[in-house]
Ligand binder design. Structure first.
Ligand SMILES: Cc1cc2nc3c(=O)[nH]c(=O)nc-3n(C[C@H](O)[C@H](O)[C@H](O)COP(=O)(O)O)c2cc1C
Length: 310
C-alpha cells in the first residue's frame, strides 16, 4: 500500500501536489479539465485588501526554460473573494490555501483579520472554506520606497509578527529567493510562530527590447519562474531544511514527478506547481500518477522514508 499523505499544522494533504498561487486562479477553470479534489491542495491567486488592476503594458515574456511575469498582483480583493469565490472552496475536498499580499502593514493585518473572521463564523456553523493562510512577503513596501518586505529579515519579521497576531488559522510564510539570507529568514518565521514556510517565489529578472532600448516591462524588472529556476529553488529548500523544524512547501520549476521527489529528498513536505500549469493544464493529475509509479519502482511505501534524506 502506497501512502503519499502528509500533514501541515494539522491540515491533511492527501498527496504532496499543491497548485501554486497565481497560476491556478481559484481553481474553477481547471476543475473543468479534471477533478481538482485529487490534488493535495490549491493556493489561490494572491489577494490584497483592495482590488488591484495590476501592471500596465507587457505582463509576461517567455524565456529559455521559463517565463518572466510582471502581473502586478491583479486580483479582485479580499472582500470579493470571501463573498464570491470562497463558497466554491467550501465544497472542495483538498487543502485550500489563501495567498495574502499587501502594500503596507495595515493591509496585511486587516486582510488577515477579515479572512480569519470569515472562517470563524463559518466554522461556528460546522462549515469551512480556508485551511491555511500563505503570507506573500515578496510584495513591495509602498511606504518605504518599494523594496519587497521579504528581502531583509527584520522588515519581514514585522509583517510575520503582525499577521501571526491577527490570525488563529495555520500560517505559512512564502519566502522570496531575493532574500538577503533565506535560511535566516526561514528561521525568523519559525521563531515568530509560523506553521510552515513555502519557497521560492519568482527571482527578479529583466528583458530589454534592443530596438526601443527599453525594458519590455513597465516596472523595469519582472519575476522569473519555470524550469530555469529549479536548481536554485532546490538548493534553497535544502538550505532552509537544515535550519528549521517547521514543514516546507517547496517550489520552483517543477515539471516532472522526478522533480517532486528531488524536492522531497531536499526536505520539502509538499511541493507546489506554478508555471508548468501553463504548459500542461493537466499537470496536477498526471504528476500524482508519476509519483506513484516511482514509489512502486523504488519500493518506497511512504514519502516519509525519503523526506530530507540529503
Ligand atoms: C503569472 C504568475 C503569477 C504569480 N502570482 C503569484 C501571487 O499572486 N502570489 C504569490 O505568492 N506567488 C505568485 N507567483 C509565484 C508562484 O506561485 C511560484 O512561487 C513561482 O512561479 C515559482 O514556481 P514555478 O517555477 O513552478 O512557477 C506567480 C507566478 C506566476 C508565473
Amino acid at each position: 500500500m502506497l501512502n503519499m499523505a502528509c500533514e501541515i499544522a494539522g491540515v491533511p494533504f492527501k498527496n504532496p501536489i499543491v497548485m501554486a498561487s497565481g497560476t491556478f486562479g481559484f481553481g474553477k477553470e481547471y476543475a473543468k479539465l479534471y477533478d481538482i479534489n485529487r490534488l493535495g491542495g490549491i493556493s489561490g491567486k494572491g489577494l490584497t485588501l483592495a482590488p488591484k488592476a495590476g501592471n500596465p503594458g507587457v505582463r509576461v515574456w517567455e524565456t529559455p526554460s521559463g517565463m518572466l511575469n510582471s502581473v502586478g498582483l491583479e486580483n479582485p480583493g479580499i472582500e470579493y473573494f470571501l463573498k464570491e469565490e470562497a463558497p466554491y472552496w467550501e465544497i472542495l475536498d483538498t487543502a485550500r490555501i489563501v495567498n495574502l499580499g499587501g502594500g503596507c502593514m495595515e493591509d496585511y493585518r486587516i486582510g488577515a483579520e477579515m479572512i480569519t473572521a470569515h472562517e470563524k463564523k463559518l466554522r461556528e456553523v460546522g462549515r469551512c472554506s480556508i485551511d491555511i493562510i500563505e503570507l506573500n512577503i515578496s510584495c513591495p513596501n509602498v511606504k518605504e520606497g518599494g523594496i519587497a518586505y521579504g528581502v531583509q529579515t527584520e522588515t519581514a519579521r514585522q509583517v510575520v509578527r503582525e499577521v501571526r497576531q491577527a490570525t488563529s488559522l495555520p500560517l505559512v510564510v512564502k519566502l522570496s529567493p531575493n532574500a538577503e539570507n533565506i535560511a535566516e529568514m526561514a528561521y525568523m518565521c519559525e521563531i515568530e510562530g509560523a506553521d510552515g514556510v513555502s519557497l521560492i517565489n519568482t527571482i527578479s529578472g529583466m528583458k530589454i527590447d534592443t530596438r526601443s532600448r527599453k525594458s519590455v516591462f513597465h516596472n523595469l524588472y519582472a519575476g522569473l519562474s519555470g524550469p530555469a529556476i529549479k536548481p536554485i529553488a532546490l538548493r534553497m529548500v535544502h538550505q532552509v531544511a537544515q535550519h528549521v523544524k517547521i514543514p516546507i512547501m517547496g517550489m520552483g520549476g517543477i515539471t516532472t514527478a522526478s522533480d517532486v521527489i528531488e524536492f522531497i529528498m531536499a526536505g520539502a513536505s509538499v511541493i507546489q506547481i506554478g508555471t508548468y500549469n501553463f504548459m500542461n493544464p493537466r499537470a496536477g493529475e498526471q504528476m500524482t500518477e508519476g509519483i506513484k509509479k516511482w514509489m512502486e519502482q523504488e519500493k518506497v511505501s511512504t514519502l516519509e522514508e525519503i523526506r530530507g534524506i540529503l
